[in-house]
Design a protein around this ligand. Structure first.
Ligand code: SAM
Ligand code: SF4
Ligand code: SF4
Length: 336
């Protein structure tokens, strides 16, 4: 039976996000702008990455504290070799009910079936535009939508439940809100709009570039009427809306205009084994060092309890109050 550990605001550690690699085949302007992440950018050598054995050992420990969901992310998680093996091993851990992945989908054509066989429960696919001209700009690599759409199809054919994530940034892709909604209303996949966030230090964020949840819902509602739906569970980050004609749902992740820190149960591990208790933290706790210096599980557990019980993060609430943070961790490093 899991023992829950609560932070200063009584939030349990339920949802573990693991970045398995910091590299990516895309250079999305809001995440890894190519001016910073150029061809000579030095990503982590393999020896720096947590090994599968190390990840599995940590997930077993987290499961003892009530962690039920694991999401693999990156960088681009499908660029990590043999990721299906890791999924299979995590699925065997007592208490882990749900294993998901967040991906740009390009490698799903080759991998979807294998991932499903390994036990993957769900996949979130990032796609920021349905028109090639816009998408080629947002992904920073001139990639058309076709490889992503084929990846979505492969996931569907493999029987994986899919959600599509679209980051909306003013001046980048707000023209795509309605075309994306129309397209995915037709396919029946849930489309979730994410407000452009001030993660990292290089994406040139400012409040004026955020298209608010209110604006997004209003635009959609004018053409395709929607109504709000209750959350599925405590801590669900997307506010859900259903089409009144019964043709499925959309979601909005309003991390900037309506902070949801009070129900934030997420803990994050970077690819090199640093633990972050908030997406906007400046520094992580080095867990890899403990794994590689032969600390016992009991020592790791007491360290985690110490970290979580003193957690009082609520960055999005503080941002709304105008409180600044000097240096933040990059999204490609921590994984979203
Ligand atoms: N490469 C994978 C992908 O794009 O799905 C996984 C890693 S990516 C960092 C995880 C998620 O973070 C994606 O849905 C991406 O759109 C989102 N993201 C990255 N930068 C963001 C930003 N500045 N604001 C909001 N969401 C962001
Ligand atoms: Fe790569 Fe995902 Fe970041 Fe885009 S959002 S650059 S696909 S890690
Ligand atoms: Fe959680 Fe930090 Fe995001 Fe608030 S700002 S929801 S505490 S990750």
């Amino acid at each position: 039976m899991a023992e829950y550990v609560l932070d200063k605001y009584d939030r349990p550690m339920k949802d573990l996000r693991i970045s398995v690699i910091d590299q990516c085949n895309f250079r999305c302007t809001y995440c890894m702008p190519k001016e910073i992440f150029g061809d000579d950018y030095s990503f982590m050598p393999e020896s720096e990455l947590l090994s599968f054995d190390e990840i599995v050992r940590l997930v077993e420990i987290f499961a003892r504290f009530g962690t039920e969901k694991v999401r693999l992310t990156g960088g681009e998680p499908l660029m990590r070799k043999n990721i299906d093996e890791l999924i299979y091993r995590i699925k065997q851990i007592n208490g882990i009910k749900d294993v998901a992945i967040t991906t740009n989908a390009v490698f799903l054509v080759r991998q979807a079936e294998k991932l499903k066989q390994a036990g993957l429960d769900r996949v979130n696919i990032s796609l920021d535009a349905i028109e090639d001209d816009v998408f080629k700009e947002t992904n920073g690599r001139g990639i058309k939508t076709k490889p992503v759409l084929r990846g979505i199809e492969a996931a569907r054919d493999a029987g994986l439940p899919i959600k599509i994530n679209m980051v909306v940034k003013k001046g980048m892709n707000e023209s795509q809100i309605l075309p994306m909604a129309r397209y995915f209303k037709e396919t029946g996949d849930t489309l979730r709009f994410i407000e452009f966030m001030d993660v990292g230090n290089h994406n040139g964020w400012n409040l004026d570039a955020v298209v608010s949840k209110k604006d997004i819902v209003q635009q959609i509602n004018e053409e395709m009427p929607v109504e709000p739906v209750d959350p599925n569970y405590f801590g669900e980050v997307a506010d859900r809306y259903r089409y009144k004609d019964g043709a499925g749902e959309i979601g909005i992740i309003s991390s900037v205009t309506e902070a949801f820190c009070s129900s934030c149960t997420r803990v994050r591990l970077s690819a090199d084994g640093k633990l972050f208790t908030c997406l906007f933290a400046s520094e992580g706790y080095d867990i890899r060092e403990m794994l590689r210096t032969d600390c016992s599980n009991e020592q790791i557990i007491s360290y985690l309890i110490k970290i979580w019980t003193k957690r009082d993060d609520q960055y999005s609430i503080d941002r709304a109050k105008g409180k600044p943070v000097d240096k933040k961790i990059e999204m490609s490093y921590i994984g979203g």
